[in-house]
Design a binder for this molecule. Structure first.
Ligand code: AMP
Ligand code: GLY
Length: 426
């Protein structure tokens, strides 16, 4: 079967890596892909904002399955259009992608179905938002309703900062994504990422992961898309997984079906593990990036039949096997990220790094230029490793990174620190 993956990040490299190993794969295409994906898939430049272009490409290349990586095309309705054209597509339809596309929609669903999350209110008027703030305490969280490339969340430590955030977001800081805001309670606890596949009825839990969102060591500095991750997440004990399924995931899948927008695809719950148990921070309607890298490193089963069954309503036939090993990914980003950074700087030493045992060099923002690999994005590489413990996996990833010559890039030096501390105490 010929398959098209949409996207260009580390997540898509991980998905292509797994799909490329499938016994059912014919030609694997990726639009637009990156320098790493180009090693084993046909990378093509397609205007993926235009569904007709994608449909035409699928028809002329005998592509019968499309896997949509990022949220934007899902929220824009690409899966609806492909499905209407008779092409199976992995991911939720537009109405269900609202779980990520509108924080207000997600919060209202939680309120209506008693799903544990931070208490909140929605506003489009700055005056009313500020009146509400007077009844709250700090820290407090202000969020743009729509998709803002992972930047639409402000955690205000003072009321003055909270009022400023209200003015800035409603004033257009994130464009139309901030035409409405959600103000919510700040939750205390440890974060975890939890993933399930669902065909709208059946739910298949995937592995757990933890990512590091802040740019700096010790989880300091501004938020990023994610600077590294590991799987499994020690905080997600069997009991915590069951509580998450019972209180959050199953009620959500049922609610979406009842609302007339059944959810199919991968559902990614960003969780806060609080003293009262798991609470939902947010839903994403796609695999996490860089969490997909560690999930795919641990996945032993064929991914393609699982994604097809998710799309075709046959997920109850699928079981997935995971390696017992711990997987880690350390993200290498361009100097300056998440603010401005240089593009087209050369990276050397990738082949040598890839010779390390249990290490996989996944690309996120790169392109090939003849023999050279150039950095084209903020997050550029994901050095992924498998080990017996988080400490072991970290040792392998960081040893491989020493072989990468890229003066214009950096990585955090402490990915997995929380789990490594726990391992030391054992
Ligand atoms: P999001 O883009 O919604 O994942 O938010 C980005 C990050 O902000 C999350 O990973 C959390 O670290 C933090 N965050 C968001 N909402 C809350 C909340 N209600 N309480 C505490 N932290 C939050
Ligand atoms: N790693 C966070 C995300 O994919 O949203």
């Amino acid at each position: 079967m010929n398959v098209l993956v949409i996207g260009s990040g580390g997540r898509e490299h991980a998905l292509c890596w797994a799909l490329g190993k499938s016994s059912q794969i014919g030609t694997l295409f990726c639009a637009p892909g990156n320098g790493g994906i180009a090693e084993f898939a046909q990378c093509i430049s397609l205007n993926t904002d235009d569904s007709d272009t994608v449909i035409e490409f699928c028809n002329s290349n005998d592509i019968s399955f499309v896997v949509v990586g990022p949220e934007a095309p899902l929220v824009a309705g690409l899966v609806d259009d492909l499905t209407a054209a008779g092409i199976a597509a992995f991911g939720p339809r537009k109405s269900a992608a609202a779980l990520e596309g509108s924080k207000g929609f997600m919060k209202d669903l939680c309120r209506d179905y008693n799903i544990p999350t931070a208490t909140y209110e929605r506003f489009s008027d700055a005056g009313k938002a500020k009146e509400y703030l007077k009844t709250q305490s700090t820290p407090i969280v202000i969020k743009a309703d729509g998709i803002a490339a992972g930047k639409g969340v402000i955690i205000a430590q003072s009321m003055a900062d909270a009022e400023k955030a209200v003015d800035e977001i409603l004033g257009g800081m994130f464009g139309n994504a901030g035409a409405e805001i959600v103000i919510e309670e700040f939750m205390q606890g440890e974060e975890a990422s939890f993933f399930v596949l669902t065909d709208g009825t059946h739910i298949l839990p995937l592995a757990t992961a933890q990512d590091h969102k802040r740019v700096g060591d010790g989880d300091t500095g501004p938020n990023t898309g994610g600077m590294g991750a590991y799987s499994p997440a020690p905080v997600m004990t069997d009991e915590m997984v069951e509580l998450t399924l019972e209180r959050i995931i199953r009620p959500t899948v049922k609610a979406m079906a009842e609302q007339g927008c059944p959810y199919t695809g991968v559902l990614y719950a960003g969780l806060m593990i609080t003293a009262e148990g798991p609470k939902l921070i947010e839903y994403n309607v796609r695999f996490g990036d860089p969490e997909a890298q560690v999930l795919m490193a641990r996945l032993k089963s064929d991914l393609l039949p699982a994604l097809l069954a998710t799309t075709n309503g046959q997920l109850s036939d699928i079981t997935l096997d995971w390696a017992d090993d711990v997987a880690m990914v350390v993200v290498m980003a361009a100097n300056g990220y998440p603010s401005s950074y240089k593009k087209n700087t050369e990276i050397k030493g990738l082949d040598k790094a890839a010779t390390h045992d249990d290490v996989y060099v996944l690309h996120a923002g790169t392109k090939r230029d003849g023999e050279k690999i150039l950095a084209t994005g903020g997050r550029v590489l994901g050095i992924t490793s498998l080990g017996s413990t988080v400490t072991d996996a970290a040792g392998k990833a960081y040893a491989a990174i020493k072989d990468i010559e890229w003066p214009d890039g950096f990585c955090r030096s402490d990915i997995g620190w929380r789990a490594i501390e726990r391992e030391k105490q054992k």
